[in-house]
Design a protein around this ligand. Structure first.
Ligand SMILES: C[S@@+](CC[C@H](N)C(=O)[O-])C[C@H]1O[C@@H](n2cnc3c(N)ncnc32)[C@H](O)[C@@H]1O
Length: 259
């Protein structure tokens, strides 16, 4: 996902002693353009692998004619979680804390960058439910709503399907906040609703345009434990990835349903 920096691992020990909570970070300064260019300016092979997992999961979990209210929590500058929910969503809430990212989303929806065409091709080729949407970006712009929001303020039982990508473990160094964000995301869905969420594995933090952001180092076991009270039919897949930043060991994609 993010800028490599040799200082990241060295800071990890310090962060254990001196945790950084979500409130300690000025999210409004998040450099949206740098983050987009580094992560989504081109389709990467790790995102290709994640797309396969989640598009196949939504297709298998929902009836073809299903249509409901979707949410992507901490959308940042990433459109592909929302795109994977598009055939099943009459509304897509792009829920984001950072002012900079909300402005980026509002500007991007009517005029998406070229790279998103590659992401859509990856999602829709070989998947009829997606392929029959002839103007996906017009449909997304029509159905999406950018909402100022904090994961810790999500209300239960609101949405019919949801995604949360690189948020719960990438907004804090605190284990309790990672677990609470993961739980509140799943609880915001109605019972039985399918979800897909992505996490960096064992991350020690990341840089965006030279500014350091916190991460909580989580394993597959930590993720399983965080999801167990609120989710059923949980599957966790690891996606190899090693060149986005120092100090992480691939990505994890969790799919399941709210209890
Ligand atoms: C590492 S980025 C991930 C962005 C995007 N989902 C992706 O897949 O690349 C973390 C995102 O979480 C947002 N964020 C930080 N704290 C948040 C909070 N308390 N509630 C909701 N979003 C938050 C940040 O502004 C940022 O967009």
């Amino acid at each position: 996902m993010l800028d490599e920096d040799p200082r990241a691992a060295a800071l990890a020990d310090h962060l254990v002693a001196d945790p950084i909570g979500n409130e300690d970070v000025d999210w409004d300064d998040f450099d949206s353009r740098a983050y987009f260019e580094h992560n989504y300016g081109a389709l990467r092979w790790d995102d290709t692998a994640i797309i396969k997992i989640i598009a196949d999961f939504f297709k298998a979990s929902l009836p073809e004619k299903f249509i409901g209210h979707a949410i992507d929590v901490g959308a940042g500058t990433n459109l592909y979680p929302a795109l994977t929910m598009l055939p099943y969503a009459s509304r897509v809430t792009l829920y984001e804390r950072a002012y900079s990212n909300r402005v980026w989303l509002e500007r991007t929806l009517p005029k998406p960058q070229e790279s998103w065409g590659r992401f859509w091709k990856e999602i829709s080729t070989t998947r009829e439910t997606y392929d029959r949407i002839s103007s996906p970006f017009d449909v997304l712009a029509d159905r999406a709503e950018v909402v100022k929001g904090n994961v810790f303020d999500l209300k239960p039982n609101q949405y019919h399907l949801g995604t949360m990508f690189f948020v719960a473990e990438s907004i804090t160094t605190r284990d309790d906040e990672f677990r609470r964000a993961t739980r509140l995301f799943v609880e915001s869905l109605v019972p039985g609703a399918p979800f897909a969420a992505a996490f960096m594995r064992n991350s020690s933090g990341y840089f965006v345009a030279g500014t350091r952001f916190p991460a909580c180092s989580v394993s597959e076991e930590d993720l399983r434990e965080a999801l167990a009270p609120v989710a059923r039919r949980v599957e966790i897949e690891t996606v190899e990835s090693d060149d986005l930043r120092d100090g992480y060991c691939g990505m994890m994609v969790a799919t399941g349903r709210k209890r």
